[in-house]
Design a protein around this ligand. Structure first.
Ligand code: AMP
Length: 214
């Protein structure tokens, strides 16, 4: 099953994507996580991506497309994947379709997790990320057991630069301009499903499972 998660930054698509990956035994592929891992390891790709990410801008399509095509070659992708944060532009979606169509395949579902902008700005200021493993939490909606300490690896939590309010506003306008058109794109292909992302995490997940089937 090949699934795409759509939705504004902070809509909760990462959290849902992880659960979908576990439920359907497919890998969760987050381009943002891949970039952050590259930044942490100070690779050339990481250095290039960081200049865009810190401003809330999108990394150029060529970089992202090459990276994701490379990821698809790994053995864990044979039964599909859930993509979180890719595609984010029409050219990225077209590149994905071209690659899939060349193998007689298609995207099965594009799930749009809908959350209004006001909620997003509120949510992002409470988001915290682990400096060690990158796990994300929310001080109110998804807190850690011990304040500011990662449940998964015990490292400390921070407010990511790209989750700071000025950057979030920029990310939202980039989202509306460049990523929102994908909703129409996938609707026309007949694979779009919309879920209300303002509900609590469990309800959102159940809504997604009823779209994907058990
Ligand atoms: P995310 O964690 O998905 O919100 O991604 C964090 C940042 O990584 C974004 O604000 C972009 O700068 C960059 N990024 C991640 N995925 C993509 C993509 N598909 N296209 C362009 N930039 C991306």
């Amino acid at each position: 099953m090949k699934i795409i998660m759509l939705g504004a930054p902070g809509a909760g698509k990462g959290t849902q994507a992880k659960r979908i990956a576990a439920q359907y035994t497919i890998p969760h592929i987050s381009t943002g996580d891949i970039f952050r891992a590259n930044i942490k390891n100070n690779t050339e790709l990481g250095q290039k991506a960081k200049t865009y990410m810190d401003k809330g801008e999108l990394v150029p399509d060529e970089l992202v497309v090459d990276l994701i095509m490379d990821r698809f070659k790994q053995a864990d992708c044979t039964n599909g994947y859930v993509l979180d944060g890719f595609p984010r532009t029409i050219p990225q979606a077209e590149a994905l379709d071209a690659a899939l169509n060349a193998q007689g395949e298609n995207v099965d579902f594009a799930i749009n997790v809908e959350v209004p902008d006001e909620n997003i700005i509120n949510r992002m200021s409470g988001r915290r990320a682990c400096v060690g493993c990158g796990a994300t939490y929310h001080i109110k909606y998804n807190p850690t057991k011990v304040e500011d300490v990662c449940d998964a690896c015990g490292e400390k939590l921070i407010l990511r630069d790209d989750d700071k309010p000025e950057t979030v506003k920029n990310r939202l306008s980039v989202y509306h301009e460049q990523t929102q058109p994908l909703i129409d794109y996938y609707e026309k292909k007949g694979v779009l499903a919309e879920v209300d992302g303002t509900k609590d995490m469990e309800d959102v997940f159940n809504a997604i499972v009823s779209v994907l089937g058990k």
